[in-house]
Ligand binder design. Structure first.
Ligand code: BTN
Length: 243
């Protein structure tokens, strides 16, 4: 796997997307930055990360073999790869908060931003952006964030952690290549944060409601059991898990 290491860039996702438009990418190409000046999070948020303390990188993957109606399985595969990698690094209580936040001890330690590269109306590849808090200890404006160091007590070597993650990504992309969707989905649902626990959600209209996360639909929507045992499905922008 080719790895391009940069000292600073606006966003590794933005950089890799530009490279892919120019055709300068191959399956598995990684772009890693010690610092991002405009790190991007989901839904237009900012991903901030102290310089040289954490991993901020993006991987280009050929996803042409995945049917469009199965695209949520990319998110599943990446989440599970992170789940396995963090478990093997000794982290306890790792969970996946739908759709793809990675938590440990109820704290967010990694975020994933997957952006499709569309050429001539077809999805030619995916840019998989991963931000993992590794050796940062100060999260003063982010009370629900944590890092590998805070949770395990050990300073980690960034290259070694990257290697563990890239290996797991390869493993989970094999599941995708083998069309092992059933297995991927059941592994993902088994790790879902707050599954089968009474939880409070906020709808897009700002209304609070109670329910239980019971799984995900084939398209990746979150399935919540609400009152009278009715199961409703929600898209990413339609619901926020409050607690
Ligand atoms: C989120 O949880 O909101 C997703 C965060 C994704 C952050 C990573 S850091 C590397 C890559 N480049 C970016 O600009 N964003 C992703």
């Amino acid at each position: 796997m080719r790895i391009i290491k940069l000292d600073a860039i606006d966003s590794t996702n933005a950089y890799l997307k530009k490279l892919s438009v120019d055709g300068h990418v191959e399956d598995g190409l990684v772009v890693l930055a010690k610092f991002q000046t405009h790190g991007r999070g989901q839904m237009g948020t900012i991903w901030s990360s102290q310089e040289a303390k954490n991993l901020t990188f993006s991987v280009f993957k050929d996803v042409s073999f995945i049917p469009v109606n199965r695209h949520f399985y990319i998110s599943i595969a990446v989440s599970l790869a992170m789940y396995e990698a963090l478990n093997s690094l000794g982290l306890k209580g790792v969970k996946v908060k739908w759709p793809n936040d990675i938590l440990s001890d109820n704290k967010k330690i990694a975020g994933i931003l997957i952006e499709n590269v569309i050429k001539m109306n077809v999805i030619s590849g995916s840019v998989i952006g991963i931000g993992l808090n590794v050796n940062q200890t100060d999260f003063k404006d982010l009370p629900s964030a944590s890092s590998l160091l805070l949770l395990t007590g050990y300073v980690q070597n960034l290259d070694e952690v990257l290697d563990v993650i890239l290996r797991q990504l390869t493993v989970y992309f094999e599941y995708l290549k083998n069309e092992d969707y059933h297995n991927l989905k059941s592994k993902y649902v088994a790790q879902l944060f707050r599954k089968n626990k009474p939880s409070t959600f906020k709808s897009a209209e700002g209304l609070l409601f109670s329910g239980y996360i019971v799984g995900i639909s084939e398209g990746g929507q979150l399935l919540i059991k609400v009152e009278d045992d009715v199961i409703k499905s929600f898209d990413f922008k339609e619901v926020v898990l409050m607690y």
